[in-house]
Design a protein around this ligand. Structure first.
Ligand SMILES: [Fe+2]
Length: 275
């Protein structure tokens, strides 16, 4: 069984289409799991929704920014940097853009997803098994995972939220942070996703985790921000071009965005642009 993890698409349909094309070249996957943060901070939420709804084998779950859109309550930053206020204005823009049908889609998606293969499970969450706002990072300890709702059959936790790819074993569980398709923060502007195979293992070798980085037409995505009168196009252009988040953020703290030795050691396969 092959499982593709496409996290934190963030309304970037150019990156999403490049990733799907790359996945197709890899022979596709039995399951595509989308661990949340699907629409916010991107210029093309409706286009992303249309592409995702055409996938026959996709499972979705909710990220914190999806939840903010659904609840209509957005993080506020009184007195904070001007750029951040502008960025947070984009939640309202995204909700209006999605409209009733898009928000109805969000209502249907759960907090987590489980894929069973043989006696083993993959647990997909956005942040951690207990919170969509707590990322699993290089600092997460086995003690942190204790007390979280994790079935003993879970061999892999697949997550996102930090926008920084990571592959660690924490307390006997392999934790794979799939990074971000549409808004990477690890300094590499290419889209990031993960292909997991041999989850069941069954004595025939270890679970395989492949991180893939896919170059895509970043400038095309940047142009979309300006074309749709997005509230904070300059900030978004910087983020997409550099693969970094400008300044500090209530949503993505500096600690979450920390790139570590661990994350730089993940095996990465690269697709060349154009794909
Ligand atoms: Fe995110």
């Amino acid at each position: 069984m092959k499982i593709a993890i496409l996290s934190d698409i963030h309304g970037n349909v150019v990156a999403l289409e490049a990733v799907l094309k790359d996945l197709q070249r890899q022979g596709n996957a039995d399951h595509i799991v989308v661990p949340g943060d699907i629409f916010a901070f991107g210029p093309a939420p409706n286009e992303v929704l249309t592409v995702l709804q055409q996938l026959p084998n996709a499972r979705f779950l909710m990220g914190n920014t999806d939840r903010y859109l659904l609840e209509g309550t957005y993080p506020s930053t009184p007195g904070s940097d001007d750029w951040q206020d502008k960025l947070l204005l984009s939640f309202r823009w995204t909700a209006e853009r999605l409209g009733r049908d898009g928000l109805r889609f969000l209502e249907t998606i759960p907090f987590s997803q489980v894929i069973q293969d043989g006696g083993r499970q993959l647990l997909a969450v956005h942040g951690s098994p207990k919170s969509d706002e707590d990322g699993l990072t290089v600092r997460t300890t086995a003690g942190d995972l204790e007390g979280m709702p994790i079935d003993p059959r879970v061999a892999i936790i697949a997550c996102g939220h930090t926008h920084v790819p990571m592959d660690r074993i924490i307390g006997g569980v392999r934790v794979v942070n799939a990074g971000s398709v549409g808004l990477p923060f690890d300094g590499d502007p290419r889209a990031c996703y993960v292909v997991i195979s041999n989850l069941a293992a069954n004595g025939y070798g270890p679970v395989q985790v492949e991180f893939r980085r896919v170059a895509y037409d970043v400038e095309k995505a940047v142009e979309q921000f300006y074309a749709v009168n997005y509230p904070a196009p300059d900030i978004s252009a910087y983020n997409l071009r550099t693969g970094r988040s400008v300044g500090s953020s209530l949503i993505y703290t500096p600690e979450m965005r920390q790139t570590s030795v661990v994350s730089s050691q993940v095996s990465v396969s690269v697709a060349r642009f154009p794909v």
